[in-house]
Design a binder for this molecule. Sequence first.
Ligand code: GLA
Length: 386
Amino acid sequence: MQAMSQVPSRAAAGFASAFGADPAGLWAAPGRVNLIGEHTDYNDGFVLPFALPHRVVVAAAAVPTPRWRVWSEQTGETVEFGAAEADEPGRVEGWAGYVAGVVWTLRSKGYEVPGADLAVASDVPAGAGLSSSAALESAVLTALADLGGLALPVEDRPGLAQRAENDYVGMPCGIMDQSASIRAEAGHALFLDCRSLAIEQIPFDVAASGLAVLVVDTQAPHRHAGGEYASRRRACEEAAALLGVPALRDVSDLDAALEKLTDDVMRRRVRHVVTENQRVLDTVDLLRAGRVREIGPLLTASHASMRDDFEITVPEVDLAVSTALAAGAYGARMTGGGFGGCVLALIDATETDRVAAAVAAAYAERGFTAPVWFAARPGPGAERIE
Ligand code: GLA
């Protein structure tokens, strides 16, 4: 907690030293964990993420000309770009591409984006599948919208941030991460229908039930994550086309759909998406009824489906899940896009240290890099903090 509360002052101090002035304000946007509903977003399905207390903080001030300077605490560098670079997708590369992408998406939709100086600090672990890039996009979007007085309804913002990532950076992600970062509320999980974009805030106060969500960052290196993600997405789109439905969300009779498909891999991809959507709906029903512990088996079934049918887990991830379950977790699953990243486990709050220690011991035995862990409580979505 100590380190987290220092992020805003680090962003402000970074702004002062990079640009020699005080920022006009500070904006923050969180990373996320997804409780359940993986690889369902781009299939027009359902997801249930919540915002982490870990956030990207942007200290910013408008400047009178259309150019942007961005300092990053992580790299210590300042990247500068103008309208020409912002208007050409892919031109600004690396971490600053997410910032340029937000400028691009807003400008291309006709918004008068103010030029700005921005300083970025963060305690969202990068490359851990906790959506540090969506948090960066969301924080920058929120800052620029406020600085420019842009009339930007909150329900439109996740789609704009997603577009920055899809079309400027070139990562074909769905809309879950940006929605979580922008629309989540403290103490709640965000139930999102990725087709209608309707949301419902589902109370998720695990502590009140004596529970905790243990998040284990497996430290597993991301193996070909981008290419594998894109190929999963393509397989789903091809399957939907073969089945004659707009998206896999529309498969209502799974058995009939599986019979129509001849390719075994494609059948398993479809089975994951269709059963995962149902698990999200079942989880939401249980949470609405206050039966938090009972979502455990759904989490575990989600993991098995990702491991066996969608094939997006890696040994480190599977070991964290099986060890947490053996140590008494009610349920456990990988969270996020896969091929590394984080695992979450629903456990009794008093058991946090013991379950984490069990995972660490299992990792040591297998010779895996020691995992990092924390207990996650749902935090607020993007907001101005100063
Ligand atoms: C990544 C993407 C999301 C979503 C998840 C998998 O986090 O950015 O849009 O597809 O993977 O559920």
